[in-house]
Design a protein around this ligand. Structure first.
Ligand code: GUN
Length: 304
């Protein structure tokens, strides 16, 4: 994003710095595992097709593994891959002892039944926390195992910025399986970093701005650039922008730039704290993915 005005700098929640802190913890854990077991947690990332954004995400996940001392495998299938081919790859990774986490990058091409692929992943290796078994555990309030990467990243941003959701009204914009639904489950759970009163809004919500104006914590995950405007929030709100939207910008070297779902310029003046895009939620997702891969490794050792 363009440089943030001086007056807003102190309001920023710095996702890059917090993700770096978590990744230092991850690297230390990976080093301790290498010492104790002479092995590394292993992540397999499966990419079907050539979606440019997915290619970038997959490359950064593999790079982060190398940086932190985790083993990784990238499996690329052609755009024309069949359901059976994708399922065969997943089943082979389920049986691969060097792999503790499996991630199939979303969205796959239209001929692939994504839920059927997720259902085929061994729940113990489901580092996205997308498998019905892990989603169910999450809804039951069991946070002991694998956690949803982006929503847990948001919880960590709040915790490590000293913001407690307890008793607050958290409004989530978006009801996706990747962000909105698991975000609601985490915030409404009992205990530390939770205990919020949660409202989930979506494309059919009436009087949206009336609801968002009552938010103490507003989490935007709708995939619409600049959707949340200043007149939709109250003074003192904490704003977490999950959106990553590429928009044309003739003044940028690439001709495009990334923006969030929040119109930063009109919302930041009213917000107590706000995440930037990029550099807010984005880096957190990968940090939690690495944490989950380490967690899956440790759980696999306990089973032996
Ligand atoms: N596509 C966008 N975000 C994600 C994610 O967290 N996991 C997977 N598998 N695909 C994604």
């Amino acid at each position: 994003m363009p440089p943030v005005k001086e007056e807003f700098v102190s309001k920023l929640i710095d996702g890059k710095a917090i993700a770096a802190e978590i990744n230092r913890e991850n690297a230390a854990e990976a080093a301790a595992i290498a010492k104790e077991y002479g092995a590394s947690p292993g992540l397999a990332v499966v990419l079907v097709g050539k979606d440019p954004a997915s290619q970038v995400y997959v490359a950064s996940k593999v790079k982060k593994c190398a940086e932190l001392g985790l083993y990784s495998e990238k499996i690329v299938l052609p755009e024309s891959a069949t359901q059976q081919e994708v399922l065969d790859v997943v089943r082979s990774l389920n049986g691969n002892p060097a792999i503790h986490g499996i991630l199939v990058q979303s969205p796959p091409p239209p001929q692939i039944d994504e839920q059927a692929v997720i259902n085929a992943i061994d729940p113990a290796k489901d580092v996205d926390c997308f498998h019905p078994f892990n989603v169910g555990k999450l809804l039951l309030g069991d946070l002991s195992g694998l956690l949803p990467c982006t929503p847990w990243g948001v919880i960590q941003l709040l915790e490590r910025s000293g913001i407690s959701p307890a008793g607050k009204h958290a409004v989530i914009l978006g009801r996706s399986n990747i962000v909105g639904k698991p975000m609601a489950a985490l915030l409404m759970a009992k205990g530390k970093n939770a205990d919020a009163t949660v409202t989930v809004c979506h494309s059919r919500t009436k009087n949206l701005a009336e609801i968002t104006r009552t938010a103490d914590i507003l989490i935007a995950a709708v995939g619409k650039p600049g959707f949340v405007k200043g007149d939709m929030v109250k003074e003192g709100v904490v704003v977490i922008d999950v959106g990553i939207n590429r928009v044309p910008d003739p003044s940028a070297p690439k001709g495009t730039r990334l923006v969030g779902d929040v119109d930063f310029d009109s919302v930041a003046p009213k917000a107590a704290r706000i995440t930037p895009v990029p550099g807010g939620v984005g880096p957190m997702t990968i940090a939690v993915l690495m944490r989950n891969t380490i967690c899956a490794f440790k759980a696999s050792m306990k089973k032996k």
